[in-house]
Design a protein around this ligand. Structure first.
Ligand code: BGC
Length: 745
């Protein structure tokens, strides 16, 4: 690119772009080259480092916002349409650009669309976690990674694993729920799938970015041991199981230091204890002080869009010249970026925009939805009898589509937004509905029924429709989005609508499309309830097939549903009454007692417990054996399908020290999803990661399993145990970074 073609860039951007394009020495013919695929990766990285000029190195560490908008001064022509980011390449050395796209449910379109990219949308992350099926999550990752590659992206910003501490967090839909083992396992599997496409995936937002209110200014206070046993453990597990090429540090501060300039988080914990070998990128605009960022362990600045003179490229160059950042640190940043891209195959298998097999991908999205939709309540109403003649479908725009989550993860499905004009006019709005009508799908699932449609705007009209039907199905929605936290009461007086419908017809089923847990004050007055989360581009047929019984539900909750706000550690997000940009603390006094651990500890009865999920068949589980759980020997048990139809069961193992002493009485130690024909039984087993039996000891910098008696519970939810056995464990110390090797016997 010449300076002339950069003329459209903002001044600062043009200046740095021009500077980055100054060529180094010509590449010597015949010399060993970093592009030689026969050489080991570390050899290639060394050769690359030797060939790059300082400006070229800094180019690989500076990312720009990828989308043309009124406020983006740094729009480069090689950026992909409507993308999150671009890190420019080094054409002289054939080092490709890094084309970055959001996010965990598919290839997203950034703000100020159109034109919207139309891509397959997986169900939300919390729905995928509800499948309790890592193989399915991996397949989902393979699919969205394929679309990323076919859209010309070699870095996917997917892998959200922040724990659900507050049900009102606007980004819960992107994450994997409230338990570190479940979230780490499911998100790790998604990341593995994405990276199987020879692209990089990005586990985020590191760390403790568990509320959106004041996300740029909130200082999270938590003690180290609690952090290591909760949010950090979820990251550790996702990293171990997914091996992501990159990690995104978050906007918030953790114990007084911004996450992206937090040396303890990035260098000691992530790169040291967790042994993370990839690179750390900022969340978009989360960089504050270049010198602190660099010395704390940040490797790449992203999302630059204005004021080019403030970019990493220039500031880091100055910091090296003045000796505030060492050249070795800069080389380490480049090494990490290049190594991750090489190891994942993103360089040797260059991405090229290509065709997408939408039909095949729709099937993947639908399979995910059908395993993750949770049957919450069934008072003898579901599956809907095929002999019914009159069904009333009400509300939630079910005539045209299903709701999706907003913000940077926003994916537009084929056909674009099915309902225009809802929600905020500007980012993270508008509300977007995927064109997949539950009403149409129900009509094809239940051909004998006359299915009426009422939009729900008028509760009296909805009640009349319900009274005239044998069964009423109300669709209730809660839009959530990045950058905002939400009330966990259904908006727009939908509770009143449901009360009116249920008042007219007790045979009412409520289908929820929500970002996370919500309050269900009418639950006793309806006959059925289904949590469909944001079910993705095939949400319509997936919901209809669950309701009709074509699919036997097997989703289980990855998060507890409270009975009332008062049960939560925080009824409102911290800082919600403060003026924007005013810094504040949120003190995570619940520590590692997140979700069901909190309810157990406080002796509170949730409305629906973690792990809850009904089926159209019945399962039994027994024959629990667990002699030595900490030695890596599996916990064994038998699952039987004692009902009349095939189904999938989620067996849950919890562990609990008889003497107490943990943050809460018990923890999830593992789970297994078992598919069984009617009348069939199968043996199953899970291995309990020793860290789940340990507490983190800050002074010893290690995990500690105390000697003594532990209960191993075979359960169907965090509140329903089928069988318990007691085991004796010897004392063990485990290194901070790994569950594998014991430090002492
Ligand atoms: C979000 C990230 C996202 C990035 C790029 C930020 O606002 O927090 O999750 O990857 O934007 O779009």
């Amino acid at each position: 690119m010449t300076v002339a073609t950069l003329a459209g860039l903002g001044q600062g951007c043009a200046k740095v772009a021009e500077r980055a394009e100054r060529s180094g020495a010509p590449v010597k013919v015949g010399a060993a080259s970093w592009t030689d695929r026969r050489l080991p990766v570390d050899e290639r990285v060394k050769l690359l480092l030797g060939a790059l000029t300082q400006d070229e190195k800094l180019t690989l560490l500076t990312g720009y916002y990828g989308t043309q908008t009124s406020w983006n001064e740094c729009q480069f022509p090689e950026a992909r349409l409507q993308s999150a980011g671009l890190v420019r390449g080094v054409p002289r050395l054939e080092f490709p650009p890094q084309w970055q796209t959001d996010a965990g449910s598919g290839v997203a379109t950034q703000g100020e669309a159109p034109p919207e990219l139309e891509r397959t949308l997986l169900p939300s992350g919390i729905l995928t976690a509800s499948t309790y099926n890592p193989a399915l999550a991996e397949r989902a990752g393979v699919m969205i990674g394929n679309e990323a590659r076919a859209s010309g992206f070699n870095v996917m910003l997917a892998g959200g694993v922040n724990l659900l501490r507050d049900p009102g967090n606007g980004r819960n839909f992107e994450y994997g729920g409230e338990d570190p083992w479940l979230a780490g396992t499911m998100v790790g599997a998604l990341v593995r799938g994405i990276q199987s496409n020879h692209i990089v995936s990005t586990v985020k937002h590191f760390a403790l970015n568990d509320q959106e209110t004041g996300r740029d200014v909130v200082n999270v206070k938590i003690d180290e041991a609690a952090a290591r046993m909760s949010d950090l453990l979820a990251f550790q597990l996702a990293i171990e199981q997914g091996d992501p090429g990159s990690i995104m540090c978050s906007y918030n501060l953790v114990n007084g230091a911004y996450a992206c300039q937090n040396e303890w988080l990035l260098t000691q914990v992530l790169k040291g204890d967790f042994g993370f070998r990839g690179y750390v990128m900022t969340d978009w605009g989360a960089q504050h002080d270049t010198v602190k960022n660099a010395n704390a362990g940040l490797d790449q600045e992203t999302g630059v869009r204005v004021k080019g003179e403030q970019q990493f490229l220039d500031k880091l160059a100055a910091a090296v010249t003045s000796g505030k950042v060492s050249q070795a640190r800069v080389d380490d940043m480049v090494r990490r970026v290049a190594q991750a891209l090489l190891e994942k195959g993103a360089i040797d298998e260059p991405v090229r925009p290509g065709k997408i097999d939408f039909a095949a991908h729709a099937a993947v999205s639908q399979a995910d939805a059908e395993e993750g939709i949770v049957l919450l309540k069934n008072a003898d109403i579901l599956p809907i009898s095929p002999t019914l003649k009159r069904v009333a479908v009400i509300g939630g725009h079910a005539d045209v589509g299903v709701l999706t989550g907003g913000g940077s993860a926003q994916v537009y499905t084929p056909g674009g937004n099915a309902v225009r004009g809802l929600g905020p006019a500007h980012w993270p709005g508008p509300q977007v509905y995927a064109r997949s009508s539950p009403l149409a799908a129900l009509r094809s699932e239940l051909p004998n029924a006359n299915i009426t449609w009422t939009d729900g705007a008028d509760p009296a009209a909805a009640a009349r429709a319900a009274a005239a039907a044998e069964v009423a199905i109300v669709f209730a929605t809660q839009w959530t989005a990045e950058s905002i936290d939400f009330s966990i009461s259904l908006p727009d007086e939908q509770d009143k609508l449901i009360e009116a419908v249920a008042g007219a017809n007790r045979r009412t089923i409520v289908v929820l499309e929500t970002g996370g847990p919500v309050l269900l004050p009418w639950l006793d007055r309806v006959a059925g309830a289904v949590e469909a989360w944001y079910p993705g581009s095939q949400g319509g047929p997936a919901i209809a097939r669950i309701l009709s019984g074509a699919v036997n539900p097997s989703g289980h909750l990855p998060a507890s549903f409270p009975r009332a706000l008062e049960q939560l550690p925080r009824a409102q997000p911290a800082g919600d009454k403060l003026p924007a940009h005013q810094t504040f603390d949120v003190s995570y006094d619940e520590g590692a007692a997140v979700g069901y651990r909190w309810y157990d500890k406080q002796k509170l009865e949730p409305l629906f417990a973690f792990g809850h999920g009904l089926s159209y068949t019945r399962f039994q589980q027994d024959q629990l054996t667990a002699q030595v759980v900490a030695g890596g020997r599996p916990v064994g048990f038998r699952v039987s399908n004692v009902g009349a139809r095939a189904g999938k069961h989620v067996a849950q193992i919890y562990v609990s020290p008889s003497a107490g002493g943990w943050e809460a009485p018990k923890r999830l130690g593992g789970f297994a999803k078992v598919e069984l024909a009617a009348g069939a039984s199968a043996e199953a087993s899970v291995r309990v990661d020793p860290r789940l039996l340990a507490s983190y000891d800050v002074a010893r910098h290690a995990w500690h399993i105390k000697a003594g008696e532990y209960a191993v519970l075979l359960a169907t939810t965090a509140r329903q145990t089928s069988q318990t056995v007691k085991v004796q464990l010897a004392e063990r110390w485990l290194p901070a970074g790994s569950g594998a090797a014991p430090l002492s016997p």
